[in-house]
Design a binder for this molecule. Structure first.
Ligand SMILES: Nc1nc2c(ncn2[C@@H]2O[C@H](COP(=O)(O)OP(=O)(O)OP(=O)(O)O)[C@@H](O)[C@H]2O)c(=O)[nH]1
Ligand SMILES: [Mg+2]
Length: 283
């Protein structure tokens, strides 16, 4: 995760998104050599200071994420944090989803990328409100960035209450460590990546509530097995739900839309009121 890859959190980023934190100061504790496991000597003062800074940054992120979550709940917005390796198909899935569901429910998107607004432009073609966040050298979105993006979206405006999709930076490692205040992380994995990915990148699959397997139209052309992919993911996270879709053919999308709709209805403010009232009734 980021504390070891050194990409930094927003607190470590300058005005232009460049990290002023430590840069890739790997100290060979990452199991590169399967036989000779290196052992650290006792942490020096600098390392202890770094650990303290990292703990403070994560504590700050969690605090801001809790604020985002409360704000979204108040507005009746179900927020989903889409995470995947680069090119798995997040934007394609979102564009198709917004085209198919945009009229049925108010929706908005926060687009996270290191550079460019290419994905935001693709979302814009659907007429959906979208805010671009560029992370510069950072490889993940954090709660502070989402707090700022929510300010730029008109939460009480014509599109809420409804659904907010957050497309994270393409990266199957670091975004797992950052709560943004979402209702659920949705890990998107394409069949072209191979069915071993949940085992190799377990943190992301452990953090997700739903796995969407994409590009199933290509299954005939790649050695990956859909059953093995799902079995590997469930081994890492027994509570993980799984869906298989092809944006190309439309196969499986109805189940994805149902998954969204159940959570959208659950987030509506009147339901939220009911939930909040419950503890008082039983007290
Ligand atoms: N065959 C096939 N191709 C797909 C499908 N979904 C996406 N693609 C293709 O996969 C490529 C990457 O898709 P994107 O939607 O840009 O992926 P992404 O996850 O948003 O990429 P980043 O934002 O860069 O991480 C594009 O060429 C898409 O056309 C699918 O269901 N089937
Ligand atoms: Mg994208």
């Amino acid at each position: 995760m980021c504390t070891t890859c050194g990409c930094g959190t927003s607190a470590g980023l300058g005005a232009h998104g460049h990290s002023h934190m430590h840069h890739h100061d790997h100290d060979h504790a990452h199991g590169h050599d399967p036989v000779h496991h290196h052992r650290h000597s006792a942490p020096d003062a600098a390392a202890e200071r770094r650990i303290a800074v990292e703990e403070a940054l994560f504590a700050k992120n969690d605090r801001l994420a809790a604020g985002n979550r409360a704000r979204l709940q108040r507005c009746g917005i179900a927020a989903f944090n889409l995470v995947s390796s680069p090119g798995a198909g997040k934007t394609s899935l979102l564009v198709r989803t917004l085209e198919d569901l945009g009229a049925a429910a108010p929706m908005a998107v926060i687009e996270g990328d290191q550079a460019t607004d290419l994905d935001a432009r693709r979302i814009q073609t659907t007429g959906t409100p979208v805010v671009q966040v560029n992370t510069g050298s950072g490889c993940h979105l954090d709660a502070e960035m989402i707090d700022g993006a929510l300010d730029r979206l008109d939460l009480g405006g014509p599109w809420g209450p409804g659904v907010l999709f957050i497309e994270n930076v393409g990266n199957l490692v670091c975004p797992a460590a950052f709560d943004l205040g979402e209702a659920a992380k949705v890990v998107v994995v394409s069949v072209t990546e191979g069915d071993d990915k949940p085992l190799k990148y377990p943190d992301m699959f452990a953090a997700a509530g739903l796995m969407v397997v994409t590009k199933t139209d290509l299954l005939a052309h790649v050695p990956a097995s859909l059953d093995r992919l799902i079995a590997n993911a469930v081994r890492v996270n027994p509570a993980l739900e799984a869906l298989a879709v092809s944006v190309q053919s439309g196969a499986g999308l109805a189940a994805w839309y149902d998954w969204i709709d159940v959570r959208r209805r659950g987030a509506l403010p009147d339901r939220a009121e009911t939930r909040r009232a419950e503890p008082a009734v039983h007290a």
